[in-house]
Design a binder for this molecule. Structure first.
Ligand code: NI
Length: 179
């Protein structure tokens, strides 16, 4: 197998983060499969819990959900990194939850974002199979954050403006909570 490559991550201000991304026609194309491998490697290396194709300069409807505990998200649940292609979702019920988010494309900033607590999601997996899942809590939050990326939105568009904190203060808050 080809060794995955670490990709450069686009930062807020680059127009690729504001594009409505295009559907992927051929999931089995070698360049799509390589992109998935590279995005997973890039996400894990950067201590992300998800990454969307426009964050590596590719305006495509593809993202990785890769929740696991790490330095940036100490209490994230552990799951296998999952590639989701041409995804869609519908909220289940009216429950909304507010929690902290950050973004590899906006390093150093955290803010509180309201998201649907439970969602039903559909996507094509990397083998071309249609998948339907019910997601809740933190993983549902990651999905909605990444889904925003493929529609040209970022979490700062949705966060409560007075909630923004810088990473160092965020880590100080986490440490205080743990005490
Ligand atoms: Ni992001």
């Amino acid at each position: 197998m080809r060794q995955p490559r670490l990709l450069q991550i686009s930062h807020l201000g680059h127009p690729v983060l504001r594009e409505i991304c295009a559907p992927i026609a051929d999931v089995s194309a070698p360049e799509v499969q390589d992109l998935i491998d590279d995005m997973i490697a890039t996400c894990l290396e950067a201590n992300g819990v998800g990454i969307a194709a426009p964050q590596v300069y590719q305006p495509l409807r593809l993202f990785i959900v890769a929740s696991r505990p790490n330095a940036r998200y100490p209490s994230a649940p552990l799951m296998e990194p999952t590639a989701m292609l041409n995804p869609s979702f519908t909220p289940v019920g009216d429950d909304m939850e507010e929690d902290w988010e950050g973004c590899l494309s906006i390093p150093g900033l955290r803010g509180r974002v309201r998201r649907h607590a439970t969602i039903d999601v559909s996507f094509t997996d990397r083998h071309g199979k249609p998948q339907d899942l019910r997601l809740e809590g933190f993983v549902a939050r990651i999905f909605q954050h990444e889904y925003d990326h493929i529609d040209g939105r970022v979490f700062t568009d949705r966060a409560a403006p007075a909630s923004f904190v810088m990473e160092r203060e965020f880590q100080r808050m986490l440490a205080a909570e743990r005490r």
